[in-house]
Design a protein around this ligand. Structure first.
Ligand SMILES: Nc1ncnc2c1ncn2[C@@H]1O[C@H](COP(=O)(O)OP(=O)(O)OP(=O)(O)O)[C@@H](O)[C@H]1O
Length: 470
């Protein structure tokens, strides 16, 4: 890579330059932000590696100045600083830095960042070209190679199932998650529509880069009744309930000790439990149901929601103090339709995975089919795309995914049922699994239509289907 190295300290600069050259990179040094900006007018770089604190302008000023320039090729920017300051790191990442390091720079950390920048730059260079069929195909093949590289890296880093990241917006999200991983005391709130990948990001925050073997315990706040919620979360002492286990039971807080408690769908936690949860987070201790002894906690809290928190607060359904306590760290995952660069890569990843599982041949996606996938609005986000690819590899076979394989499954932009509200009011009993299957059949497998027919949220339908499948 061609690296622009910006540091006012000549000694530090030459030490770093020497190391980067030893790794085979071409290094251009600069001693200030202004001189770096002048150099970028004549040369193009894959990486700008810069100190944050410099006498006149800072590394963060450099990010903004580079963003304002119409560069032919956009470099990734990595900043470093002598102060361990999480806020500064967050500011740098928010400004658009690719990553952040603290001095003294650890060479293995630097090497791993360089590898990630190289993979990221490769993805940029292989952005799909929709103009010409043959160019399109070769760019797709290049993308497949990089996809492999990136997936391998993520399965290694996060210790979770293979994930695909192809858009800059998602790379930014992943970098923020890795940054939050470094401070366990900071609660993190993840917001985003249903199916965008909030749980995956929660796992990256938890597992981080060193494959944490500490527990990751999740609790779905919508799936448990208020009475059970308390015993699920706090556990109970022996004799607390008639019918409870004689020797008592550990709660999720106990199970998550030393690790992470992931509170999914947090905005829907009953109001009466919010004060108790706030107390646990603030005091880091809790009572079991029926217990007299205080138990200490040492857990990281990550919460997620797809609801509008501000609205819940205004409606009196969520405590403001708990909201602010949870969102000390904060990540928003954009919906899939706002990161279209992810769609083709993820579709191919899922298509191959499910084809392999079912002994089918699917290997690639026809450009017309890709165009259709990319232009669809994906109300169920990545989960909907994943389910669609599973359905296709179940129903069809071939080497290339064609538009006709899936087009009938896509829901129209506008719901086809004009009176979903009326239907919702008419339903008096809870939706059973049989109702769900019947609705899906009636709607030809289209989940958006089926959820409207049933009068339940699309995400509730996905949740119920996941439960039925497991
Ligand atoms: N980047 C990705 N790569 C691979 N799979 C992904 C990615 N993002 C999401 N998925 C898959 O999509 C599905 C939905 O993701 P996840 O459960 O993390 O979403 P969520 O935002 O937590 O949804 P909900 O709000 O409904 O709980 C999962 O099966 C997950 O594995």
């Amino acid at each position: 890579m061609h690296i622009l190295l910006v540091d006012d300290d000549a000694q530090g600069r030459s030490f770093l330059a020497e190391y980067l050259q030893l790794l085979g990179h071409l290094v251009t040094p600069a001693d200030s932000v202004d001189s770096a900006l002048r150099i970028t007018e004549e040369h193009s770089f894959e990486l700008v590696l810069s100190d944050i604190a410099m006498p006149e302008k800072s590394g963060i000023d450099l990010i903004y100045a580079l963003q304002a320039k119409a560069l032919e090729h956009r470099p990734d920017i990595v900043l470093y600083t002598g102060h361990v300051d999480l806020q500064l790191a967050i500011d740098a990442l928010r400004a658009g830095a690719f990553d952040y390091m603290t001095k003294p720079i650890k060479l293995d950390e630097l090497t791993s960042i360089l590898e990630r920048v190289a993979a990221h730059q490769n993805i940029r260079l292989s952005a799909p070209d929709h103009g010409h069929k043959h160019r399109h195909k070769s760019s797709f093949q290049r993308k497949e190679e990089h996809l492999q590289e990136v997936q391998d890296m993520f399965s290694r880093l996060a210790g979770v199932e293979r994930i695909g990241i192809f858009s800059e917006k998602m790379w930014d999200v992943v970098h923020q998650a890795e940054q939050y991983h470094t401070d366990r005391s900071m609660p993190v709130l993840i917001q985003g529509e249903t199916g965008v990948g909030k749980e995956i990001i929660a796992k990256i925050i938890h597992y981080g880069t060193e494959h944490s073997s500490l527990p990751f315990v999740d609790i779905n706040c919508t799936a448990i009744s208020p009475t059970l919620f308390e015993s699920e979360l706090f556990g109970y002492e022996s004799g607390a309930f008639t019918g409870g286990v004689r020797q008592g039971k550990k709660g999720k807080l106990d199970m998550a000790m030393g690790g992470t408690l992931f509170l999914d769908e947090i905005a829907e936690i009953p109001v009466e439990l919010q004060a108790k949860l706030l107390r646990v987070i603030e005091e880091r201790q809790f009572y079991r149901v029926g217990g007299l002894r205080k138990n200490k906690t040492d857990i990281r809290i990550i919460a997620a929601t797809n609801l509008d928190f501000e609205k819940r607060i205004q409606e009196g359904l969520f405590r403001k103090d708990l909201y602010y306590r949870l969102k000390v760290g904060h990540i928003t995952i954009p919906p899939l339709r706002e990161r279209q660069e992810d769609i083709a890569g993820l579709a191919l990843l899922f298509l191959r995975k499910f084809s392999k599982k079912r002994g089918k041949q699917f290997e690639s996606i026809h450009p017309q089919a890709e165009k259709r996938l990319v232009s669809y609005h994906w109300p169920g986000n990545v989960r909907e795309l994943k389910n669609l690819m599973e359905w296709v590899s179940f129903m069809h076979d071939g080497t290339e995914l064609l538009e006709k394989h899936f087009v009938k499954q896509l829901s129209p932009q506008k719901p086809c049922f004009s009176t979903p509200e009326k239907k919702r009011v008419e339903r008096k009993r809870p939706v059973s699994n049989a109702d769900i299957l019947a609705a899906l059949e009636e709607c030809g497998g289209n989940k958006t239509k089926a959820s409207q027919l049933l009068g339940i949220a699309l995400r509730t339908l996905y949740y119920r289907l996941d439960k039925m499948a497991s």
